[in-house]
Design a protein around this ligand. Sequence first.
Ligand code: 0CH
Ligand code: SF4
Length: 316
Amino acid sequence: MTKPALTLYLAAPRGFCAGVDRAIKIVEMAIEKWGAPVFVRHEIVHNKYVVDGLRAKGAVFVEELDECPDDRPVIFSAHGVPKSVPAEADRRQMVYVDATCPLVSKVHIEAQRHAENGLQMIMIGHKGHPETIGTMGQLPDGEVLLVETPDDVATVDVRDPDNLAYVTQTTLSVDDTKDIVAALQTRFPNIVGPHKEDICYATTNRQEAVKEVAPKADALLVVGAPNSSNSKRLVEVGAKAGCQYAQLVQRAENIDWRALEGISSVAITAGASAPELLVNEVIDAFRERYDVTVELVETAIERVEFKVPRVLRTPA
Ligand code: 0CH
Ligand code: SF4
C-alpha cells in the first residue's frame, strides 16, 4: 500500500540550548571525576530521557539538599537555586557544583544589584517553578513580589511605586511577557527593567521558529516534557500562531495518530531540554506511516556555548 504524502516542517533552532548542554556535561564530568553516586538536586533539566540516562551512569536525583549525604558531591540543576542552598552546602562542607545556566545566574545578579540600589523587586514568572523559586530566593523571603499575568499587576502591593525594578524567568512566552511588562510600565512608569530582556536567546529563537512553521502546518508537535516550561510555551506559541492542533509529546509512542488523521503537513520542534535523538524518533515514526518530505525552516543560527566550571576541567 502506498503511504500518504506528508510535508514535515522541521523548525530550527530547536532542542538543546547552551545552558542545557553545559548542565548535562557537568553531571557526566562529575561522575567521571568523583565516581558514582553523584547527587543532583532537582532534575538537571526537565527531561525524563536525559534524567534516566544520567541515573544509569550513576546520578541520584533528589529534590532537596537534606536528601544528600555530606560526603558525596551534589550538582544544582540548570534552573538555579535559592541562595540558602549553596549556603547550606557550605555549612555542611559538601562538595558541590552549580549547573545553573549562566543566563539564569545573570538574572540572579540583576535582582541582587537592584535590591542593593534600594529598589523593590518584582519577578515575572510562574509560581512554584524552580527557576522562579531560585531567582526569588536570591533575596530574603517576601522581598520579591511575583506577578504571573497582567491582572496580577493591577493588584500587586508595592512599598513605593517609584522605587521598583523587575526581572523575568528566562523561559517565558516573549509575547505574553510584553503584555505584563506593558501593564507594569503603565501602572509604575518609573519601574526599571533589564538592559536586555531576561528571556534568553534560546527561548526567543525557538519561539520565533515556531511562529514560522506553525501557520504552514496542519499540526505541530513539540518534543518536550510536561514539566518543561519552555516546551509548553512553544505549544502555546504554535497554537496562537494559527496551528489547529498543537501538542507536546515526550516520545514517539505518545503521538495521538487518530488526532492526526487526514493531515498533509506537520511541524516539529523541541524544547531546550529535549534531546535531538527524541526528535529523530518522532520523525522516524512519521516515516513509517507517511511518505515524508522534510523541509528545514531555519530562522536563526546559534553559536552560543558555555564552559563547564573549572573544578571539573582538572583531574580528580
Ligand atoms: O523550561 P524550564 O525552565 O522548565 O526548564 P527545562 O525544560 O529543563 O529547560 C532548560 C531551561 C533551564 C533553565 O533556564
Ligand atoms: Fe540557559 Fe536559556 Fe537554556 Fe535556560 S533556556 S538553560 S536560560 S540558555
